[in-house]
Design a protein around this ligand. Structure first.
Ligand code: C2E
Ligand code: MG
Ligand code: MG
Length: 527
């Protein structure tokens, strides 16, 4: 039979104690009653079956029995209370421990920091916080599953615990974030050296089920520099400072360590404000395209346009991509901007066509994030534009050589749907000849950093010639970007680039000005 629940047992003990109390009270009252014995005498005479001594005995034993019973119940109750207290303690301990790694969790870390804060006049100059944030944990989790992720987290917990001083506290504060709290007053260079050792160890692969998982880590450090009695720093604030430092380390590409300074907080807050504005701007659809015309290298006729994102900021006016793209990429929001820009491009193409303007091929920049979205393919399938009028520029920053199969697959689908593929910023990044032959783009856009030195550098001219020859042999066109003078235009043409784009011909313009320029050109041609 199942044991009654704790509450029921408490209830019973209470009931028993109540009954015992009542019993004692009744017997006490009865005994205290003045004519008690006379009544008993009368009672026994009326009920011959009872003996007086038996009745007295019952009344004497009753209080003793009730006291014993109450005592037993009180002992039971005590035991129950103790059991409950120890269960509560165990629960509390569990609530302060990360069940996966056995490390203290955020709550325990907060308690420890609070104890430092509460200690009157405590010298917190000895405190330092090291925030370790894994760089590619999500990818491992997503590709190899949660068991692999769990294995990695346990491995890192063990590694960190082994690497730090035994007096340090290592806590796992969330998914892939760990904090090491030093309270031993190590010097700044010692803490930094430890952080670099941690980063180095985590650069090595972690084996799981025959896979080598490269997670990598960024580290942010915050070191207290004045005693708490002087008003700052608040030990809790060290956590947010270290968080800001790790954010900075990630912003700079990860796999590195940053030490908190007040300047970082100022930059962080500005970044945070910009992030909020970008997200609001996406909501309000404040992003839209400017267009830069592209010209045939021989005839200088307009053969196409490149759509370039602009942000109609409510206070700061029209902003260029360098003011928002990095932050948007960090927020994983470039795909939203790409989505809005593409929708506007499609509308603009429809309007130009409606007015009988031939703008050639419009190329739209597309981010790696957007390429990985299955919804992107659906959007493309439903696009209402004639095939051949739209082409997508993939930045070389997409790492074509190492990119996931899903990106290659997407490129194949885009081509199969009849849209063009162009490799942007060619020559600056990671597209090898192998990836070019595999992806088979329609066009390579040679980055302006390769075009600028054309006038003075024979070596640079040779390089462009090689790119053009490779393109020709594969049936791929070559656009020269960043043509700033007509001299550049002539050299690029002579080297075999078939399309030219740059300020020498046209700067990026709003759609109405593009229409006006194209209409003008048409009128001049007719005349
Ligand atoms: P990009 O795709 O290589 O675009 C060419 C950039 O070079 C444009 O800068 C353009 O204004 C600039 N440019 C063109 N000709 C010249 C020239 O002769 N001299 C100089 N100095 N610059 C020239 P913009 O508009 O600031 O765009 C910068 C980058 O932002 C683009 O480089 C592209 O990578 C990215 N971007 C722009 N729009 C989008 C977008 O809608 N989505 C995504 N994902 N990225 C975009
Ligand atoms: Mg581009
Ligand atoms: Mg480019």
């Amino acid at each position: 039979m199942a044991a009654p629940s704790f509450d029921k047992r408490i209830h019973r003990v209470g009931r028993d104690v109540l009954f015992c109390g009542l019993g004692t009270l009744v017997s006490g009252l009865a005994l205290a009653e003045f004519d008690f014995f006379e009544r008993i005498y009368n009672f026994t005479r009326e009920h011959d079956a009872y003996q007086l001594d038996e009745i007295i005995c019952v009344f004497m034993i009753l209080p003793v029995f009730t006291v014993l019973l109450a005592y037993q119940r009180i002992l039971d109750l005590n035991e129950e209370v103790r059991a409950r207290q120890s269960a509560e303690r165990a629960n509390l301990e569990l609530a302060r421990t990360d069940p996966l790694t056995g490390l203290p969790n955020r709550r325990q870390l907060d308690d420890v920091l609070q104890r430092f804060a509460d200690a009157k006049g405590a010298d917190t100059t000895s405190l330092a916080v090291m925030h370790v944030d894994l760089d590619r944990f999500k990818q491992v989790n997503d590709t190899l599953g949660h068991q692999a992720g769990d294995h990695i987290l346990r491995h890192i917990a063990t590694l960190l615990t082994r690497m730090v001083d035994p007096a340090d506290l290592v806590a796992r504060i969330s998914g892939d974030e760990f904090v090491v709290l030093h309270s031993q007053g190590q010097r700044r260079d010692q803490i930094e050296a430890l952080a670099l050792r941690v980063i180095d160890s985590l650069k090595k692969p972690i084996q799981y089920g025959g896979h080598a998982c490269y997670v990598g880590a960024s580290v942010g450090i915050a070191i207290a520099d004045c005693p708490i009695s002087s008003g700052s720093p608040d030990p809790q604030r060290l956590i947010t400072d270290a968080d800001i430092a790790v954010y900075r380390a990630k912003e700079c590409g990860g796999g590195r360590c940053e030490i908190y300074t007040p300047d970082l907080r100022v930059a962080f807050e500005a970044r945070k404000a910009l992030s909020d504005e970008i997200l609001a701007g996406i909501d309000r659809q404040e992003f839209f395209p400017y267009y830069q015309m592209q010209f045939d290298a021989e005839t200088h006729e307009v053969v196409g346009l490149e759509a370039l994102a602009r942000w109609q900021h409510p206070k700061r006016g029209i902003l260029m991509p360098d003011t928002f793209l990095d932050t948007a990429a960090f927020l994983n929001a470039v795909l939203d901007i790409d989505r809005i820009v593409l929708a506007r491009v499609v509308e603009d193409i429809a309007q130009w066509r409606y007015h009988g303007l031939d703008v050639g091929t419009v190329s739209v920049n597309v981010s790696a994030q957007r390429l990985k979205e299955p919804e992107f393919l659906e959007t493309l399938k439903n696009l209402d534009v004639p095939r051949g009028t739209l082409s997508f520029e993939l930045s070389e920053a997409i790492y074509f050589d190492t990119c996931e199969e899903e990106v290659r697959e997407m490129v194949r689908h885009i081509r199969a749907l009849g849209f063009g593929i162009e490799i942007d910023d060619f020559g600056t990044g990671h597209a090898s000849i192998v990836s070019v032959t595999e992806l088979r783009p329609n066009r390579l856009k040679v980055d302006r950093s390769l075009i600028a030195p054309l006038i003075d550098s024979a070596g640079q001219r040779d390089l462009i010639k090689v790119i053009v020859d490779m393109g020709r042999s594969l049936g791929i066109g070559v656009t020269a970007e960043g043509i700033e003078t007509m001299e550049h235009a002539a050299i690029a043409r002579d080297l075999g680039c078939d399309v030219l784009q740059g300020f020498a011909f046209a700067v990026p313009l709003p759609k109405d000005e593009v229409a006006a320029r194209l209409t003008n050109i048409r009128v001049q041609n007719i005349a």
